[in-house]
Design a binder for this molecule. Structure first.
Ligand SMILES: [Zn+2]
Length: 296
């Protein structure tokens, strides 16, 4: 486990996300985005190695997708602590409604895979508590960063410019197969297949840019501890230029959560690959494996 900044420990989970253990300015420990269900005991061991006989005061979710929240219920039960999320994310975290379908019409290998294999939802946490208007961690600012999901949040520490981005940003290029496989470190868009509102993503990227972060710890990809052009410039570029080039179901027609906890969803855009999806996926995986072997 690496300490990426003062009191910020990053746990790279086996499933490929970053759980973040935070020691805040009030000397309290918090765990952000503990990972999927399969990560539960790895994360438990990693946290115990740092805290020894202590336990986190709470588990915080940047959003409710199973890849970041799937282990939260089991860990909260083990430690006897609470799970926190934003009010806008609560209907999905509580299990009241599921997330909308994945977007299988965007670019990238994840989109191909999603045609045949959908990620199971996270275990519902009916007693998860909602943030007030402030971050639970002392010394951190709560940033509402909707777009990937309606209630996505991030956390920013002004004193040293550290941004805990959740899935509002990533350092993986989800659209390009080789950079995605190599995990080439670069500031990139939120994960493409499960981002629901790209109009809101643009606003969230502008908000991030306005804070002028210096270091970014996303839910997916290596932490970005230095950035050649500057994180703010990169985030601004993504907001103004990157989103214009996007394709996919939720680009023109965002999935919007209504106040009655139902989704406003438009018909999916035509997906010519979908008819032959199974074979396309199989051939794609075969090519992917050949490339891996040749490039190894
Ligand atoms: Zn997500």
């Amino acid at each position: 486990m690496a300490e990426a900044a003062r009191g910020v420990h990053v746990i790279a989970t086996p499933a490929g996300t970053n759980a973040v253990l935070i020691h805040d300015d009030a000397q309290t420990w918090w765990l952000l985005d503990p990972g999927c269900a399969l990560d539960t005991w790895v994360v438990h061991e990693a946290v115990s190695a740092v805290l020894e006989d202590d336990i986190p005061s709470g588990i915080i979710l940047s959003h409710g997708h199973s890849h970041v929240a799937g282990s939260a219920g089991a860990l909260a039960k083990e430690w006897g602590c609470s799970v926190f999320c934003s009010a806008a994310e609560a209907p999905m975290v509580h299990g009241t409604i599921p997330y909308p379908p994945l977007d299988t019409t965007c670019h990238g290998i994840a989109s191909f895979r999603a045609r045949n294999r959908q990620e199971p939802p996270a275990e519902a946490i009916p007693d998860a508590k909602c943030f007030a208007s402030e971050a639970p961690m002392a010394g951190w600012e709560l940033l509402a960063l909707p777009g990937h999901t309606p209630g996505s949040v991030g956390f920013f520490r002004t004193s040293d410019g550290v941004l805990l981005a959740g899935d509002a940003l990533s350092t993986i290029d989800w659209d390009q197969m080789i950079p995605m496989w190599r995990q080439t470190k670069q500031l990139r868009m939120p994960p493409n297949i499960d981002t629901l509102d790209w109009v809101a993503v643009r606003r969230s990227l502008r908000l991030i840019a306005s804070r002028k972060p210096e270091r970014v710890i996303p839910a997916h990809g290596h932490p970005l501890l230095e950035c050649e052009k500057g994180v703010a410039d990169e985030a601004w570029h993504l907001a103004e230029v990157g989103i214009v080039a996007r394709k996919g179901r939720y680009v023109a027609d965002p999935a919007v959560l209504r106040s009655d906890n139902t989704w406003q969803l438009y018909d999916p855009i035509p997906d010519p690959v979908g008819k032959f999806g199974k074979w396309v996926v199989l051939v794609g995986i075969a090519i992917y494996m050949v490339l891996i072997i040749r490039l190894w």
